[in-house]
Design a protein around this ligand. Structure first.
Ligand code: NAD
Ligand code: MG
Length: 410
């Protein structure tokens, strides 16, 4: 085996980010080999990825799905099939692993992401929820182990590219930003599919409308988050943790074309922007190869075809989730973990057509009113806050549905 090749474990390989990651890896067989692939329970998708990438390990968190996969792979004994959440941490901490792509959706990705950070790997962080829930713990783990943290979220990847080069990886920029003249980071937001809709139409938007993002093709959960602007709220928290910035140093700007992926403003009046076609393979390739650059399979940006770039302020009246996330960051402690958990429950209920689109921020707000924040010193405390908020959010949804009884929900 070529020792120059880096061994990569891909968590959430069957999802949108996972597939884009494998697409980039497949373009560079000289640089990368797949050590492990992991997903929840999509057997067919993981099977075809196993056939193409021949990993050492394949993990299905769901046991029945793992048994089914193992049956299909009986002719490939060199691929070991594992199951259960603990297997996710095993395949990222393995000594052979150089790079971990953390692309599981939601709080389910927390433990394995943290395990990769503790093991000192090159951590490509797509699972923003882990940082949002337990930013301090994750950053402490990165610093203690010497892990290399590279943001994959397009906005944070853009900010990372526009920050001064002196400080190493994302976490390494540390507290030197004021010294190097950074005054603000400007997070761009597309505004989502309902940017121009009236509050009344937004209230009753349906799942397929919420998932039809104008510029990006993504998993359903993050697509709904983009439609409520909770995604920008999560990214606001993510930026504060990643780049060690106070909330006052992060502004959100709506930019409907999604060509500028975010910006850094300096004290001399300069604003540096990273631009490109909206394709997650660009930040993924940057994370894989940093500090080098490799082909990502992304078409060059045709600025004449784009022709114009527009900007506007976010409207927190029609999109209260952004306000709720900002307030949760300001409240500190486990508040943002609770906000994230309540949002996950609300989004799931919306996708199952149990609540209206307009109820998502109401569920989050009512949940936050009923939970008490504590200091998130340990993973156990964060997970307890997550569980409590999920229970409360489910109660709130039950109450909404009893109140709404007799009214059509769809
Ligand atoms: P997705 O829904 O397309 O894929 C999710 C993946 O996670 C799948 O492989 C699924 O099998 C796996 N998964 C789900 N539940 C799991 C569980 N309980 N245990 C183990 N695996 C589980 O999601 P996505 O759009 O690829 O997003 C993945 C992460 O990347 C999210 O945190 C999202 O916020 C972030 N992200 C995505 C994009 C994007 O363009 N899609 C952009 C920025 C950030
Ligand atoms: Mg993003």
């Amino acid at each position: 085996m070529d020792t120059l090749q880096q061994a990569v474990s891909v968590l959430g390989s069957t999802g949108s980010i996972g597939q884009s990651t494998l697409d980039v890896i497949a373009r560079h067989p000289d640089r990368y080999r797949v050590h492990a692939l992991a997903a929840h329970r999509s057997v067919d998708a993981l099977l075809s990825q196993c056939r193409q990438f021949r990993p050492r390990f394949a993990v299905m968190v769901d046991q029945q799905a793992a048994e089914e996969l193992a049956g299909h792979l009986a002719d490939s004994p060199e691929i070991e099939v594992l199951h259960g959440e603990a297997a996710l941490s095993e395949i990222v901490t393995d000594d052979e692993v150089d790079v971990v792509m953390a692309a599981i959706v939601g709080a389910a990705g927390l433990r394995s992401t943290l395990a990769a950070a503790e093991a000192g790997k090159r951590l490509l962080l797509a699972n923003k929820e882990s940082l949002v829930m337990s930013g301090q713990l994750l950053m402490n783990a990165v610093h203690a182990s010497g892990a290399t943290l590279l943001p994959i979220d397009s906005e944070h990847n853009a900010i990372f590219q526009c920050l001064p080069v002196a400080g190493g990886d994302a976490s390494g920029h540390g507290d030197s930003k004021a010294k190097v003249g950074v005054s603000k980071v400007l997070l761009t937001a597309s505004g989502g599919p309902f940017r121009t809709w009236t509050a009344r139409d937004i209230e009753n938007a349906r799942p397929d409308q919420a998932c039809a993002h104008p510029n990006w093709s993504m998993g359903r959960k993050i697509s709904v988050d983009s439609a409520t602007l909770m995604n920008k709220g999560l990214e606001f928290a993510e930026a504060c943790w990643l780049f060690d910035l106070p909330a006052s140093a992060v502004d959100v700007v709506v930019h409907p074309q999604s060509i500028i992926h975010s910006m850094v403003q300096y004290c001399d009046g300069s604003v540096l922007a990273q631009m490109g076609n909206p394709d997650m393979r660009t930040p993924i390739a940057y994370g894989l190869a940093w500090p080098e650059r490799i082909d990502a399979g992304v078409a060059h940006l045709d600025l004449v075809a784009v022709s114009r770039l527009d900007f506007e302020a976010p409207d927190e009246g029609r999109f209260p989730c952004l306000r709720l996330a900002r307030e949760s960051v300001a409240a500190g402690g486990t508040t943002m973990a609770s906000c994230n958990a309540a949002n996950e429950v609300a989004v799931e209920a919306f996708l199952a057509e149990n609540i209206r689109f307009g109820d998502i921020p109401r569920v989050v707000e009512s949940t936050l009113e009923r939970v008490t924040a504590v200091e998130p010193h340990t993973l156990g405390v964060v997970e307890a806050a997550d569980r409590e908020a999920r229970m409360v959010a489910a109660e709130v949804i039950g109450e909404f549905n009893r109140t709404n009884k007799g009214q059509a929900l769809v």
